[in-house]
Design a binder for this molecule. Structure first.
Ligand SMILES: O=C(O)[C@H](O)[C@@H](O)[C@H](O)[C@H](O)COP(=O)(O)O
Length: 264
């Protein structure tokens, strides 16, 4: 690993974390657009879409601060195997919180939800989503792993991220880009998830973790060997300073800075 991940702690979500997350995402967007004219992002569910909406739907303060949704391609870092209009669907959440809130008439992102045809077969669902990635990121033969410009993730209180859970065999996957999970400890049990190598390979990876409920697991992830083996810890160790954590004060209280990472 190169340098340690960046760990940012903000006094409040609305007034500080959201605008800083906005700046970070727009910087990644602008760099990606300069590189290849499109911004390819993967997002998780949980509390992330709401915070992301706070960050991205605020009006632009300058030309450089513009969110160019029309040039975005949005994929799911993980998805629950439920219909797209089900309350458990990450797509439904992202759509309601973010995509449907983009002002009328403004360009919208291209979104890649799961195909509901495969709801009865989680492995087939994963394989089909991988095929979607292959079709976007070029043929499998010539691309070892898809290169997302940015992957936006949450962190569960047990240290899971995407639908990669602690001690789960899925963490050892080295070949597939998209995995099936049928025994998720967090309901619903059936899900698909990007694999750890795909997450670690992204140009940038950002976690958003807020609230005192995340304090214990963050302390473990940043301060203990055991925590470095949790899924979030594995992203940290595999991707190093490509990773940035956007946290609020209650989530990081008691973590000894600047042992690893930095605070802004
Ligand atoms: O579909 C899911 O369940 C999510 O993608 C999951 O990985 C989430 O990001 C974490 O559980 C954190 O969720 P919170 O931010 O709500 O704690």
């Amino acid at each position: 690993m190169g340098r340690a991940p960046n760990l940012y702690a903000f006094a409040s979500v609305d007034d500080e974390l959201a605008p800083n997350l906005r700046k970070y995402v727009v910087d990644q967007q602008n760099e990606a657009l300069n590189r290849h004219g499109v911004f390819r992002v993967a997002v998780s569910g949980g509390s992330l879409p709401k915070t992301l909406a706070k960050a991205l739907l605020a009006p632009a303060r300058s030309e450089d601060d513009k969110v160019e949704f029309g040039k975005w391609e949005i994929f799911y870092a993980d998805e629950r195997c439920v219909p797209l209009d089900h309350d458990d669907s990450n797509h439904k959440l992202v759509k309601a919180e973010l995509i449907d809130q983009i002002p009328e008439g403004a360009p919208t992102p291209k979104v890649f939800p799961i195909d509901e045809k495969y709801l009865d077969d989680v492995q087939e669902m994963a394989d089909q989503y991988e095929k979607t990635l292959v079709s976007v990121f070029a043929a499998r033969d010539s691309v070892k792993l898809p290169l997302f410009d940015l992957i936006l993730l949450g962190c569960g209180p047990d240290g899971h991220t995407c639908s990669l859970f602690p001690d789960h065999p899925a963490l050892r996957e080295t070949d597939a880009w998209v995995l099936s999970v049928t025994d998720s400890p967090k309901p619903p049990p059936k899900r698909i998830s990007l694999s750890l190598p795909v997450v670690q390979h992204a140009v940038k990876i950002a976690f958003v973790a807020t609230g005192s409920g995340k304090r214990d697991v963050l302390k473990q992830i940043f301060e203990t060997e055991e925590g470095s083996r949790l899924p979030c810890g594995l992203v940290n160790s595999g991707a190093g300073d490509k990773v940035s954590w956007f946290c609020d004060k209650p989530a990081v209280e008691g973590i000894s800075f600047p042992r690893r990472g930095s605070v802004i």
